[in-house]
Design a protein around this ligand. Structure first.
Ligand code: TYD
Ligand code: MG
Length: 447
């Protein structure tokens, strides 16, 4: 047996033979020959001398750490998603597609932060970042310092000298640590950089915002691979060609994870959207396939338009495509409609779109998605003075969802007359409630 083994420098997959392409991550030319480590022989129990650890009864301890005070950044939506602000000494990962606005958000946070900030960028120069900063609203260049560097050792030495309260690193994929001999952006590099950074910042109470790109090919070394390594993970989602963005917490060691911030990308930076329903409904027209749904994201409830287009399949398999909604969920719902509501979509392509460019993952959208498909299939306009929400099960049953009262309240605020919703024990004044138990009742409503 040979003493060497081939390891992919990008994803750590191991192979007995060399090949040009890693079968795990699909990268070319990344397999490197390494010496095999011999299997460690486990010692017998009697050979091990172990000391017994101290077990403490938590209820008897008195000197608990005081509640951590968070530092607000001044960017209200960001603070809200983080649960009040940045926890001193924490590592926050800000992920998102290229061009979605991560650097812009980070600069706005830096501009409003009450304390010294060091902005480290390997991608852009001081002139570029300074120029952008000037365009941003409510941003003071004041105490912001900039470093154009990609070597982690230099970055850490500079931090040591400058002692900022907050460091922003743009981006984790472009910095490298000399001790690891692989290219920046590689998973081993990302791990090493993050470990060194963490060790460094925990000594002083410095906080770090790490920016990470999500790319299709680079997903392994990107934010996804780092989620378990950091204190909080925020994703800035949205289509860069649309102006709206959702800031979502995927993980938060110091606060809630179900909060979202709705932002708008304007000429002078990202701004909070204060009345999302009004904006998302501003261009709704009475057309077949257009349906309005009150959705709840975090503590926010707002109305969005769901649009569907159904057309006869002209070639091959029927297509199901979704923008802003889970493709698998759409496939599931079209099958439920075919089997349980007699809406035969077997020979029809179904396209779905959540207007405004947001990607939503809410179960309450199910019934609205079904209603919009039925409306498009029957080519009949769904009554636009009504809204619809509810989860749909595989049996075609409509299930109740959270925040029913809040959804009704928001709907009333916008002047809608009718709400189609899952059965619930409650009555509301000034509105016509239609409680549905099966998705097929929606078909009857339209025919
Ligand atoms: P950027 O923050 O550079 O994205 P990322 O760091 O996630 O790659 O911003 C991306 C886009 O935002 C860019 O195409 C231009 C646009 N933009 C605005 O519309 N308004 C602004 O004030 C700024 C700074 C950028
Ligand atoms: Mg950027």
């Amino acid at each position: 047996m040979s003493d060497t083994i081939f390891i992919c420098s990008k994803c750590d997959a191991q192979y007995p033979k060399w090949s040009g392409r890693c079968l795990e991550c699909g990268s070319w030319g990344t397999l490197e020959e390494k010496l095999k480590t011999k299997n460690l022989k486990l010692k017998a129990k009697s050979e091990i001398k172990a000391e017994i650890g101290d077990v403490v009864e938590l209820s008897r301890t008195t000197n608990h750490e005081p509640r951590i005070t968070k530092i607000p950044t001044g960017f209200l939506e960001f603070d809200k998603v983080l649960g009040g602000g940045i926890t001193p000494g924490s590592l926050i990962l800000l992920g998102g597609d290229p061009g979605v606005g991560k650097s812009t958000l980070a600069l706005q946070i830096a501009g409003g932060f009450n304390g010294e900030v060091l902005y480290v960028s390997a991608e852009e120069s001081a002139e570029q970042v300074g120029g952008r900063m000037e365009r941003l609203k409510d941003c003071k260049i004041g105490r912001l310092k900039f470093l154009n560097e990609d070597n982690l050792e230099t970055i850490l030495a500079t931090i040591e000298k400058e002692q900022p309260a907050l460091i922003i690193i743009d981006s984790i994929q472009t910095i490298y640590c000399e001790e690891v001999d692989s290219a920046s952006g590689n998973i081993n590099q990302v791990r090493a950089c993050r470990a060194k950074l963490l060790e460094f910042i925990k000594k002083g109470k410095i906080s770090v915002i790490l920016i990470g790109h999500v790319t299709k090919e680079g997903e392994l070394s990107g934010p996804k691979a780092m989620e378990h390594l950091v204190d909080a993970v925020l994703y800035l989602e949205g289509d860069k060609y649309h102006q709206y963005r959702l800031l979502r917490a995927a993980k938060n060691r110091f606060g809630p994870t179900d909060e979202v911030g709705i932002l708008e990308m304007a000429k002078d930076g990202l701004k909070a959207v204060l009345n999302p329903s009004k904006i998302f409904l501003s261009e709704v027209q009475p057309k077949p396939g257009s349906v309005i749904c009150p959705v709840a994201e975090g503590s926010q409830v707002f109305l969005v338009e769901v649009q569907a287009l159904v057309s006869k399949t002209s070639f091959g398999y029927p297509k199901r495509a979704a923008v802003g909604f889970d493709q698998k969920r759409l496939e599931l719902l079209t099958t439920v409609l075919t089997k349980r509501a007699n809406v035969n979509l077997a020979n029809f392509d179904v396209y779905l779109n959540i207007a405004g460019g947001l990607t939503l993952k809410e179960p309450a959208l199910d019934l609205a998605v079904c209603a919009s498909i039925i409306s498009a299939y029957q080519d009949k306009v769904f009554p636009l003075e009504s809204v619809i929400f509810g989860e749909v099960g595989l049996g075609g049953e409509v299930r109740s969802v959270s925040k029913t009262k809040e959804r009704v309240k928001e709907t009333l605020k916008l002047g809608f007359k009718k709400i189609i919703l899952p059965d619930f024990a409650g009555a509301v004044k000034n509105v016509d409630l239609m409680k549905v138990k099966e998705v097929k009742e929606v078909v009857k409503l339209l025919s």
